[in-house]
Design a protein. Structure first.
Length: 355
């Protein structure tokens, strides 16, 4: 995190002060096996739709306190680079690629601004629940199909859109009573179909003016109910260094109007330095995999892939209740199916308040 999503390549951490002498009661090899078991071994779907960063380090593993915490997070993701496979390509080259025997759509950009309200409540050291309510502001432009990469083509589908809507809400419970330190936990929950999936854009085709449907992968919501399952572990290396690992999968339980988003999986690894009281630097490695979207109203070719980000960041405590954080996600590996728009970086800013 957090969050959810634009079409194509579809965003950190924990902050309980664990004792420096905590023993690792669960071997890392066993944890790795659990995380790997969560991952589907297929190619990805809406890979670059959303931020894979984990911003809930301060919400996981809080073994000594109960109560309510609030998080407000802003993510900026500008998908402005056309890619095919592992390479960046020009719009002209993209226009020459066949999409399942049909002309390839050439997209210009998708700019995403996510504002997410997170509410986290710990009933006791073992049980907690987290709610994520996203508000998505997205602008998109495409030249449509049969384009030369510069001007709109005569194959149709060229349009511009700008949407600002509530997205799909996530409700995720957790249990972390497996160890005395409460540093191993599981997550389970649902993504609910609260976001609209019927928004329209403005046609850029002079022969067919008027409103046109936005691609399903670009809608604020998917229209589906998705199951979410995850596992996390955190510990200390010494008195100054903490680390965490978190794996999570998401799978649609149904389809909506002949569309089902591809199953997705995230793996986040984080390391942070706790030796400075004024600020806490940290770095994450974020891996995201997604399967192809499915259905008659889905792009079943140019969705899915694998993304790996390196994400440096910092958390700054303001007082005992308030802290601020910021991250930048830098892609170190991108492999997409078909032709997709991918971001060159993702930026995250947030504030956390403990009641």
């Amino acid at each position: 995190m957090a969050t959810p999503s634009p079409r194509r390549i579809r965003p950190a951490g924990l902050s309980a002060n664990l004792s420096a002498n905590l023993s690792a009661t669960v071997p890392l090899a066993a944890l790795s096996a659990v995380l790997l078991a969560l991952f589907p071994h297929a190619a990805l779907a809406c890979a670059s739709c959303g931020c894979s960063l984990s911003s809930d380090w301060d919400n996981l593993g809080i073994g000594s306190s109960s109560g309510l915490r609030m998080d407000i997070r802003y993510d900026y993701l500008n998908q402005n680079q056309l890619r095919s496979g592992r390479s960046a390509i020009s719009p002209a080259a993209a226009s020459q690629i066949s999409n399942n025997g049909n002309p390839q759509e050439v997209e210009k950009f998708t700019r995403n601004n996510y504002l997410t309200l997170g509410l986290d409540y710990s009933f006791n050291p073992d049980w907690g629940v987290n709610l994520q309510l996203p508000y998505i502001m997205r602008s998109h432009s495409t030249l449509g199909t049969a384009s030369d990469g510069v001007t709109p083509g005569d194959g149709g589908g060229q349009y511009d859109s700008r949407t600002s809507n509530i997205g799909d809400v996530k409700v995720i419970g957790r249990y972390q009573g497996f160890t005395p330190e409460h540093n191993l936990g599981i997550q389970f929950g649902l993504k609910l179909p609260t976001g609209s999936h019927t928004e329209t854009g403005t046609s850029a085709d002079p022969t067919a003016p008027g409103p046109v449907p936005i691609d399903r992968g670009l809608q604020p919501g998917t229209g589906t109910t998705d199951a979410i399952l995850g596992v996390y572990y955190m510990d200390t290396l010494n008195k100054d260094w903490d680390y965490f690992a978190q794996g999570q999968v998401q799978k649609a339980l149904n389809s909506s109007d002949h569309y089902r988003p591809g199953d997705g999986a995230n793996l986040n690894l984080g390391l942070r330095y706790m030796g400075n009281a004024s600020f806490t630097p940290q770095i994450q490695l974020n891996l995201r995999r997604v399967l192809h979207d499915v259905g008659a109203n889905a792009d079943t070719v140019s969705t899915g892939g694998t993304l790996v980000y390196l994400s440096p960041g910092v958390t700054v405590p303001i007082n005992e209740q308030v802290s601020l954080y910021g991250f930048v996600q830098l892609p170190v590996y991108q492999k997409v199916n078909g032709v997709q728009l991918a971001p060159r970086y993702t930026a995250t800013l947030g504030a956390r308040y403990s009641f």
